[in-house]
Write a protein that binds this ligand. Structure first.
Ligand code: AMP
Ligand code: MG
Length: 319
């Protein structure tokens, strides 16, 4: 299967494959037509660049025009793993991959199937999440099938993903690194390697955006998603009963709040890593169950919850 997948990729086709974060939709990153097929299959806007996946640090180095010392430290500590680094690109990376930016985002994924595929194909793979643009990222091969179906030439099934949300994106250009997209590896793990980070999301509302993954609405279920905190719980529970009586399907994700009884609640893990792992999978299953509204208890404020908070806020941003 890996051999066939590698052959499809070398010929310019699209292969969805598991990584430890979410499933990716891979194409030869050096083939303009193949990369354009990725944008078309996803309905992804041309201004949102793709992460390039490589087999090892050496392959990453060959795609960039500079490789600062701290890039090696990050690579040694976290690759293969859920950290993507952004560096100035070489000309061999086509502009379509980076949405015209002169930087490229690179990562070595920690999944045996992804690594086997990268090695067998022998090419860097541009691979965004394997879902239609703005939808929830897929954490199973079935999610990919439902979202992309015949738009992809082959789906490699590696079961449910471990991390469950997208990688941390770390910008290593310039003297002051910054996190462009939070993930399960946070500032606490990265700062010892790269020095103090620029304030997170300081640039979020600037145009042009430094990293288009900061598009406000992203990673969203079909259902309307609304966040609430403990002080609003009684009102939300009452509202839910009214909605249910009217035939509205309401899902509810709770972390710490007690089960009020009579509602369709999902108890989420109370640790940030466990929560991230379950988040998309849970939202996918509520979508599949036909939920119209999903109420989500706000997660705690600690730094380890930053990535989950980020994804929930984007998912609840109105269209
Ligand atoms: P995904 O949607 O998981 O494919 O992740 C792609 C995200 O990675 C983008 O939306 C950006 O946040 C980030 N990214 C990819 N390429 C670049 C780049 N060249 N410069 C800055 N950020 C990038
Ligand atoms: Mg995505």
């Amino acid at each position: 299967m890996i051999g066939r997948a590698a052959e499809i990729l070398r010929r310019g086709g699209l292969v969805a494959f598991p990584t430890e974060t979410v499933y990716g939709l891979g194409a030869n990153a050096l083939d303009i037509d193949a990369v354009e097929r990725v944008y078309a299959a996803k309905g992804r806007p041309a201004y949102n660049p793709l992460i390039v996946h490589v087999a090892d640090e050496g392959a990453a180095r060959s795609l960039v025009s500079e490789w600062p010392e701290h890039a090696s430290r990050v690579a040694r500590a976290f690759w293969p793993g859920p950290v993507t680094i952004v560096l100035r690109k070489r000309d061999l990376i086509p502009a379509v991959v980076t949405a015209g930016l002169d930087a490229v985002a690179l990562r070595v994924p920690a999944h045996p199937i992804a690594l086997a595929l990268l090695r067998a194909a022998g090419i860097p793979l541009a691979a965004p999440s394997a879902n239609r643009s703005t939808e929830l990222s897929p954490t199973t091969a079935q999610h990919v099938e439902r979202s992309l179906g015949a738009r992809v030439d082959l789906i490699l099934d590696g079961g449910p993903t471990q991390v469950g949300i997208e990688s941390t994106v770390l910008d290593l250009r310039g003297p002051r690194p910054s996190i462009l997209r939070p993930g399960i590896i946070g500032a606490r793990e990265l700062e010892p390697l790269v020095g103090p980070l620029a304030a997170p999301n300081a640039t979020r509302h600037e145009i042009p955006r430094p990293s288009p993954g900061m598009l406000d609405r992203h990673y969203a279920p079909r259902a309307r998603l609304a966040l609430f905190d403990a002080s609003e719980a009684e009102r939300i529970f009452a509202e839910t009963r009214v909605l249910m009586a009217r035939g509205v399907r309401v899902g509810m994700l709770l972390v710490h709040l007690d089960d009020p009884g009579g509602l369709e609640i999902v108890r989420m893990p109370s640790d940030a890593v466990g929560y991230a792992q379950r988040l998309y999978a849970t939202l996918h299953s509520l979508d599949e169950a036909g939920c119209d509204v999903i109420f989500v208890e706000r997660v705690p404020n600690g730094p380890e919850w930053l990535a989950a908070r980020d994804r929930l806020e984007r998912a609840s941003t109105p269209n």
